[in-house]
Design a protein around this ligand. Structure first.
Ligand SMILES: Nc1ncnc2c1ncn2[C@@H]1O[C@H](COP(=O)(O)OP(=O)(O)OP(=O)(O)O)[C@@H](O)[C@H]1O
Ligand code: SF4
Ligand SMILES: [Mg+2]
Length: 328
Protein backbone atom coordinates (compact mmCIF):
# COMPACT_ATOMS: atom_id res chain seq x y z
CA UNK A 1 0.00 0.00 0.00
CA UNK A 2 1.18 3.55 -0.62
CA UNK A 3 2.11 6.02 2.15
CA UNK A 4 -0.84 6.98 4.32
CA UNK A 5 -1.68 10.67 4.11
CA UNK A 6 -4.07 10.22 6.99
CA UNK A 7 -3.42 7.85 9.87
CA UNK A 8 -5.94 7.70 12.69
CA UNK A 9 -4.92 5.78 15.77
CA UNK A 10 -6.81 4.84 18.89
CA UNK A 11 -9.40 7.59 18.53
CA UNK A 12 -11.76 7.98 21.47
CA UNK A 13 -14.49 10.61 21.34
CA UNK A 14 -16.90 11.19 24.18
CA UNK A 15 -19.58 13.51 25.47
CA UNK A 16 -19.51 14.84 29.01
CA UNK A 17 -23.01 14.77 30.42
CA UNK A 18 -24.62 14.84 33.86
CA UNK A 19 -25.04 11.09 33.55
CA UNK A 20 -21.27 10.75 33.12
CA UNK A 21 -19.04 10.34 30.09
CA UNK A 22 -20.82 8.89 27.03
CA UNK A 23 -18.41 7.30 24.61
CA UNK A 24 -19.22 7.81 20.92
CA UNK A 25 -15.99 6.38 19.46
CA UNK A 26 -13.64 3.87 21.01
CA UNK A 27 -10.26 2.81 19.67
CA UNK A 28 -10.94 3.82 16.06
CA UNK A 29 -7.86 3.28 13.90
CA UNK A 30 -7.43 3.38 10.13
CA UNK A 31 -5.35 4.90 7.37
CA UNK A 32 -6.08 6.57 4.05
CA UNK A 33 -3.34 6.47 1.43
CA UNK A 34 -2.57 8.90 -1.34
CA UNK A 35 -5.08 8.38 -4.18
CA UNK A 36 -6.85 5.83 -2.04
CA UNK A 37 -10.60 5.75 -1.43
CA UNK A 38 -11.64 4.31 1.88
CA UNK A 39 -15.35 3.77 2.40
CA UNK A 40 -16.80 4.02 5.89
CA UNK A 41 -20.04 2.06 6.24
CA UNK A 42 -22.42 1.06 9.01
CA UNK A 43 -25.96 1.69 10.17
CA UNK A 44 -27.24 5.05 11.34
CA UNK A 45 -25.74 6.00 14.70
CA UNK A 46 -22.62 3.82 14.38
CA UNK A 47 -20.26 6.78 14.56
CA UNK A 48 -19.39 7.51 10.92
CA UNK A 49 -20.03 11.26 11.06
CA UNK A 50 -18.49 11.40 14.52
CA UNK A 51 -15.32 9.87 13.07
CA UNK A 52 -15.25 12.52 10.33
CA UNK A 53 -15.91 15.34 12.80
CA UNK A 54 -13.23 14.02 15.17
CA UNK A 55 -10.65 13.96 12.37
CA UNK A 56 -11.62 17.55 11.44
CA UNK A 57 -11.69 18.56 15.12
CA UNK A 58 -15.26 19.70 14.71
CA UNK A 59 -16.96 17.55 17.35
CA UNK A 60 -19.83 19.61 18.83
CA UNK A 61 -19.75 20.59 22.52
CA UNK A 62 -19.89 18.97 25.06
CA UNK A 63 -18.15 16.34 22.95
CA UNK A 64 -14.39 16.05 22.67
CA UNK A 65 -11.70 13.80 21.31
CA UNK A 66 -10.44 12.27 24.53
CA UNK A 67 -7.60 10.13 23.18
CA UNK A 68 -5.79 9.06 20.05
CA UNK A 69 -3.86 10.54 17.17
CA UNK A 70 -4.92 11.99 13.82
CA UNK A 71 -1.77 12.17 11.72
CA UNK A 72 -1.94 14.18 8.52
CA UNK A 73 1.31 13.61 6.65
CA UNK A 74 2.79 12.62 9.99
CA UNK A 75 1.63 15.69 11.95
CA UNK A 76 -0.80 15.05 14.80
CA UNK A 77 -3.73 17.40 14.25
CA UNK A 78 -5.01 16.76 17.77
CA UNK A 79 -1.89 18.37 19.22
CA UNK A 80 -2.17 21.62 17.24
CA UNK A 81 -3.45 24.90 18.70
CA UNK A 82 -6.83 25.87 17.21
CA UNK A 83 -5.45 28.70 14.97
CA UNK A 84 -3.04 26.24 13.35
CA UNK A 85 -5.89 23.75 12.91
CA UNK A 86 -7.98 26.46 11.24
CA UNK A 87 -5.22 26.98 8.70
CA UNK A 88 -5.17 23.26 7.92
CA UNK A 89 -8.95 22.77 7.83
CA UNK A 90 -10.28 23.47 4.35
CA UNK A 91 -6.72 23.65 3.07
CA UNK A 92 -4.88 20.35 3.60
CA UNK A 93 -7.95 18.44 4.73
CA UNK A 94 -11.53 19.27 3.79
CA UNK A 95 -14.96 17.88 4.28
CA UNK A 96 -18.19 17.79 2.30
CA UNK A 97 -21.37 17.40 4.29
CA UNK A 98 -24.55 15.53 3.45
CA UNK A 99 -26.88 18.50 3.21
CA UNK A 100 -25.43 21.21 0.97
CA UNK A 101 -28.09 23.79 1.76
CA UNK A 102 -27.18 23.94 5.43
CA UNK A 103 -23.49 24.25 4.60
CA UNK A 104 -23.79 27.05 2.03
CA UNK A 105 -24.31 30.62 3.14
CA UNK A 106 -27.67 31.76 1.68
CA UNK A 107 -26.71 35.46 1.58
CA UNK A 108 -23.39 35.07 -0.23
CA UNK A 109 -22.96 34.39 -3.94
CA UNK A 110 -21.52 31.00 -4.78
CA UNK A 111 -18.53 32.72 -6.41
CA UNK A 112 -17.73 34.57 -3.19
CA UNK A 113 -18.09 31.36 -1.21
CA UNK A 114 -15.72 29.44 -3.47
CA UNK A 115 -13.29 32.39 -3.49
CA UNK A 116 -13.38 32.84 0.29
CA UNK A 117 -10.82 30.18 1.12
CA UNK A 118 -8.48 31.47 -1.62
CA UNK A 119 -8.61 34.95 -0.11
CA UNK A 120 -8.23 33.62 3.42
CA UNK A 121 -5.63 30.88 3.01
CA UNK A 122 -3.75 31.98 -0.09
CA UNK A 123 -3.93 35.72 0.27
CA UNK A 124 -4.98 35.86 -3.37
CA UNK A 125 -6.03 39.27 -4.76
CA UNK A 126 -9.80 39.49 -5.26
CA UNK A 127 -9.87 39.48 -9.10
CA UNK A 128 -7.58 36.41 -9.22
CA UNK A 129 -9.70 34.61 -6.62
CA UNK A 130 -12.81 35.32 -8.69
CA UNK A 131 -11.15 33.97 -11.84
CA UNK A 132 -10.07 30.88 -9.95
CA UNK A 133 -13.61 30.46 -8.55
CA UNK A 134 -14.97 30.51 -12.11
CA UNK A 135 -12.38 27.90 -13.14
CA UNK A 136 -13.37 25.73 -10.19
CA UNK A 137 -17.08 26.00 -11.01
CA UNK A 138 -16.19 24.97 -14.53
CA UNK A 139 -14.11 22.08 -13.18
CA UNK A 140 -17.05 20.75 -11.17
CA UNK A 141 -19.08 21.03 -14.37
CA UNK A 142 -21.39 23.88 -13.55
CA UNK A 143 -22.60 25.12 -16.92
CA UNK A 144 -22.03 28.76 -17.76
CA UNK A 145 -19.79 29.47 -14.74
CA UNK A 146 -19.19 33.12 -15.70
CA UNK A 147 -22.85 33.82 -15.13
CA UNK A 148 -23.42 31.34 -12.31
CA UNK A 149 -20.59 32.77 -10.21
CA UNK A 150 -22.86 35.65 -9.12
CA UNK A 151 -25.84 33.44 -8.25
CA UNK A 152 -27.04 32.86 -4.71
CA UNK A 153 -27.44 29.23 -3.53
CA UNK A 154 -31.26 29.26 -3.69
CA UNK A 155 -31.08 29.63 -7.48
CA UNK A 156 -29.30 26.28 -7.80
CA UNK A 157 -30.62 22.73 -7.81
CA UNK A 158 -29.53 20.27 -5.10
CA UNK A 159 -27.02 18.66 -7.45
CA UNK A 160 -25.53 22.01 -8.41
CA UNK A 161 -25.23 23.03 -4.78
CA UNK A 162 -23.36 19.84 -4.06
CA UNK A 163 -21.02 20.68 -6.96
CA UNK A 164 -20.43 24.08 -5.39
CA UNK A 165 -19.62 22.35 -2.09
CA UNK A 166 -17.13 20.16 -3.92
CA UNK A 167 -15.58 23.22 -5.60
CA UNK A 168 -15.23 24.86 -2.17
CA UNK A 169 -13.76 21.74 -0.59
CA UNK A 170 -11.26 21.29 -3.41
CA UNK A 171 -10.33 24.96 -3.99
CA UNK A 172 -7.09 24.58 -2.08
CA UNK A 173 -6.29 21.11 -3.42
CA UNK A 174 -6.38 19.26 -0.10
CA UNK A 175 -4.41 16.12 0.65
CA UNK A 176 -7.48 14.44 2.10
CA UNK A 177 -11.16 14.90 1.41
CA UNK A 178 -13.81 13.54 3.74
CA UNK A 179 -17.19 13.19 2.04
CA UNK A 180 -20.02 12.40 4.47
CA UNK A 181 -22.80 10.86 2.38
CA UNK A 182 -22.24 13.43 -0.35
CA UNK A 183 -25.05 12.17 -2.58
CA UNK A 184 -27.73 10.87 -0.24
CA UNK A 185 -29.99 13.90 -0.75
CA UNK A 186 -29.78 13.71 -4.56
CA UNK A 187 -31.62 11.71 -7.19
CA UNK A 188 -29.95 8.68 -8.71
CA UNK A 189 -28.71 10.20 -11.99
CA UNK A 190 -27.23 13.21 -10.21
CA UNK A 191 -25.70 10.90 -7.58
CA UNK A 192 -23.81 9.03 -10.26
CA UNK A 193 -22.56 12.29 -11.79
CA UNK A 194 -21.37 13.66 -8.45
CA UNK A 195 -19.57 10.42 -7.58
CA UNK A 196 -17.89 10.35 -10.96
CA UNK A 197 -16.87 13.96 -10.41
CA UNK A 198 -15.39 13.12 -7.01
CA UNK A 199 -13.50 10.24 -8.51
CA UNK A 200 -12.02 12.28 -11.34
CA UNK A 201 -11.08 15.14 -9.00
CA UNK A 202 -9.44 12.65 -6.67
CA UNK A 203 -7.35 11.28 -9.51
CA UNK A 204 -6.42 14.73 -10.75
CA UNK A 205 -5.31 15.91 -7.31
CA UNK A 206 -4.00 12.60 -5.95
CA UNK A 207 -6.08 13.05 -2.80
CA UNK A 208 -6.94 10.49 -0.22
CA UNK A 209 -10.73 10.16 0.01
CA UNK A 210 -12.66 9.00 3.06
CA UNK A 211 -16.14 8.32 1.75
CA UNK A 212 -19.02 7.78 4.16
CA UNK A 213 -21.88 5.98 2.45
CA UNK A 214 -24.82 3.66 2.95
CA UNK A 215 -24.71 2.44 -0.60
CA UNK A 216 -22.98 -0.84 -1.38
CA UNK A 217 -22.99 -0.07 -5.09
CA UNK A 218 -20.97 3.07 -4.36
CA UNK A 219 -18.58 1.07 -2.20
CA UNK A 220 -18.08 -1.53 -4.92
CA UNK A 221 -17.52 1.10 -7.61
CA UNK A 222 -15.40 3.67 -5.86
CA UNK A 223 -13.63 2.28 -2.83
CA UNK A 224 -10.29 0.53 -2.53
CA UNK A 225 -10.83 -0.41 1.08
CA UNK A 226 -13.78 -0.53 3.44
CA UNK A 227 -14.16 0.13 7.15
CA UNK A 228 -17.27 -1.26 8.80
CA UNK A 229 -18.29 0.51 12.00
CA UNK A 230 -20.59 -0.65 14.71
CA UNK A 231 -21.41 1.13 18.00
CA UNK A 232 -18.44 3.47 17.77
CA UNK A 233 -15.82 0.90 16.79
CA UNK A 234 -14.32 -0.41 13.57
CA UNK A 235 -15.45 -4.04 13.54
CA UNK A 236 -14.08 -5.06 10.14
CA UNK A 237 -11.71 -3.62 7.61
CA UNK A 238 -10.49 -5.04 4.34
CA UNK A 239 -9.98 -4.38 0.66
CA UNK A 240 -13.24 -4.09 -1.26
CA UNK A 241 -12.56 -7.39 -3.00
CA UNK A 242 -11.91 -9.23 0.28
CA UNK A 243 -14.91 -7.70 1.99
CA UNK A 244 -17.32 -8.60 -0.79
CA UNK A 245 -15.81 -12.05 -1.24
CA UNK A 246 -15.52 -12.86 2.44
CA UNK A 247 -17.59 -10.62 4.73
CA UNK A 248 -16.55 -12.06 8.07
CA UNK A 249 -17.79 -10.15 11.09
CA UNK A 250 -21.33 -11.26 11.99
CA UNK A 251 -22.46 -7.62 11.65
CA UNK A 252 -20.98 -7.25 8.17
CA UNK A 253 -22.50 -10.55 7.12
CA UNK A 254 -25.86 -9.24 8.29
CA UNK A 255 -25.47 -5.97 6.39
CA UNK A 256 -24.01 -7.38 3.21
CA UNK A 257 -25.84 -10.67 3.16
CA UNK A 258 -23.75 -13.80 3.67
CA UNK A 259 -22.59 -14.06 0.07
CA UNK A 260 -23.02 -10.78 -1.78
CA UNK A 261 -22.12 -10.76 -5.44
CA UNK A 262 -19.71 -7.88 -5.85
CA UNK A 263 -20.64 -7.12 -9.43
CA UNK A 264 -24.29 -6.96 -8.47
CA UNK A 265 -23.91 -4.98 -5.27
CA UNK A 266 -26.74 -2.56 -5.33
CA UNK A 267 -28.77 -0.33 -3.10
CA UNK A 268 -28.49 0.21 0.57
CA UNK A 269 -27.24 -1.99 3.34
CA UNK A 270 -29.57 -4.79 4.39
CA UNK A 271 -31.72 -4.38 7.44
CA UNK A 272 -30.91 -6.58 10.36
CA UNK A 273 -33.14 -7.13 13.38
CA UNK A 274 -32.61 -4.89 16.40
CA UNK A 275 -31.06 -1.46 16.77
CA UNK A 276 -27.69 0.18 17.28
CA UNK A 277 -27.39 0.80 21.05
CA UNK A 278 -27.55 4.46 22.11
CA UNK A 279 -24.43 5.89 23.73
CA UNK A 280 -25.87 5.47 27.23
CA UNK A 281 -26.77 1.83 26.57
CA UNK A 282 -23.27 0.74 25.55
CA UNK A 283 -21.47 -1.74 27.76
CA UNK A 284 -18.01 -3.13 28.17
CA UNK A 285 -18.43 -6.18 25.94
CA UNK A 286 -18.87 -6.56 22.20
CA UNK A 287 -21.27 -3.83 21.06
CA UNK A 288 -23.01 -6.24 18.69
CA UNK A 289 -23.76 -8.90 21.32
CA UNK A 290 -27.47 -8.04 21.67
CA UNK A 291 -28.06 -8.65 17.94
CA UNK A 292 -25.47 -11.25 17.11
CA UNK A 293 -26.54 -14.72 15.97
CA UNK A 294 -23.21 -16.17 17.17
CA UNK A 295 -23.15 -14.52 20.60
CA UNK A 296 -21.65 -16.58 23.43
CA UNK A 297 -21.13 -15.86 27.11
CA UNK A 298 -17.62 -14.36 26.79
CA UNK A 299 -18.85 -11.76 24.28
CA UNK A 300 -20.42 -9.50 26.89
CA UNK A 301 -17.30 -9.31 29.08
CA UNK A 302 -14.76 -7.46 26.93
CA UNK A 303 -14.90 -5.81 23.52
CA UNK A 304 -12.93 -7.95 21.06
CA UNK A 305 -9.92 -6.19 19.47
CA UNK A 306 -9.57 -5.87 15.69
CA UNK A 307 -7.37 -8.81 14.68
CA UNK A 308 -5.77 -8.70 11.27
CA UNK A 309 -4.85 -11.57 9.02
CA UNK A 310 -3.62 -10.96 5.50
CA UNK A 311 -4.79 -7.34 5.64
CA UNK A 312 -8.31 -8.33 6.66
CA UNK A 313 -9.20 -7.10 10.16
CA UNK A 314 -12.12 -8.45 12.19
CA UNK A 315 -13.15 -7.65 15.76
CA UNK A 316 -14.98 -10.78 16.92
CA UNK A 317 -13.86 -13.37 19.43
CA UNK A 318 -15.57 -16.25 17.64
CA UNK A 319 -13.94 -15.35 14.32
CA UNK A 320 -10.60 -14.88 16.11
CA UNK A 321 -10.83 -18.38 17.50
CA UNK A 322 -11.73 -19.76 14.08
CA UNK A 323 -8.86 -18.09 12.30
CA UNK A 324 -6.39 -18.03 15.17
CA UNK A 325 -5.49 -14.44 14.12
CA UNK A 326 -2.66 -12.26 15.30
CA UNK A 327 -3.18 -8.77 16.80
CA UNK A 328 -2.93 -5.87 14.31
N1 LIG B 1 -24.10 16.23 19.67
C1 LIG B 1 -24.24 14.99 20.14
N2 LIG B 1 -24.41 14.75 21.45
C2 LIG B 1 -24.55 13.49 21.94
N3 LIG B 1 -24.52 12.39 21.16
C3 LIG B 1 -24.35 12.57 19.85
C4 LIG B 1 -24.21 13.85 19.25
N4 LIG B 1 -24.06 13.69 17.91
C5 LIG B 1 -24.13 12.37 17.69
N5 LIG B 1 -24.31 11.69 18.85
C6 LIG B 1 -24.42 10.24 19.01
O1 LIG B 1 -23.22 9.64 18.55
C7 LIG B 1 -23.50 8.40 17.90
C8 LIG B 1 -22.85 8.40 16.53
O2 LIG B 1 -23.49 9.37 15.72
P1 LIG B 1 -23.04 9.66 14.21
O3 LIG B 1 -23.68 10.94 13.84
O4 LIG B 1 -21.57 9.58 14.11
O5 LIG B 1 -23.71 8.45 13.44
P2 LIG B 1 -23.62 8.08 11.89
O6 LIG B 1 -22.96 6.76 11.80
O7 LIG B 1 -23.02 9.21 11.13
O8 LIG B 1 -25.15 7.90 11.51
P3 LIG B 1 -25.98 8.37 10.19
O9 LIG B 1 -25.81 7.25 9.22
O10 LIG B 1 -27.37 8.48 10.70
O11 LIG B 1 -25.44 9.67 9.71
C9 LIG B 1 -25.01 8.27 17.87
O12 LIG B 1 -25.40 7.41 18.92
C10 LIG B 1 -25.50 9.67 18.11
O13 LIG B 1 -26.74 9.65 18.80
S1 SF4 C 1 -17.69 -11.04 19.68
FE1 SF4 C 1 -19.49 -12.33 20.05
S2 SF4 C 1 -21.23 -10.92 19.99
FE2 SF4 C 1 -19.50 -9.87 19.08
S3 SF4 C 1 -19.69 -10.25 16.92
FE3 SF4 C 1 -18.35 -11.84 17.69
S4 SF4 C 1 -19.70 -13.55 18.20
FE4 SF4 C 1 -20.99 -11.75 17.93
MG1 LIG D 1 -23.76 10.58 9.76
Amino acid sequence: MNTPVLAVRGLRTSFRTRAGELVALEDVSFTVGERETVALVGESGCGKSMTALSVMRLVPQPGRVAAGEVLLDGVDLLGLPEPAMQRIRGDRISMIFQEPMTSLNPVMTIGDQVAESLLLHRDMPRPAARRRAIDLLDLVRIADPHRRVDDYPHRLSGGMRQRVMIAMALALEPRVLIADEPTTALDVTIQAQILELLRSMQRALGMGLLLITHDLGVVAQLADRVLVMYAGRVVEQASVAALFDRPTHPYTRGLFGATPARGHARGRLREIPGMVPSLSARSAGCGFAARCPLVESGCVKTAPPLLTQGGHGVACQVVARQRDGVPA
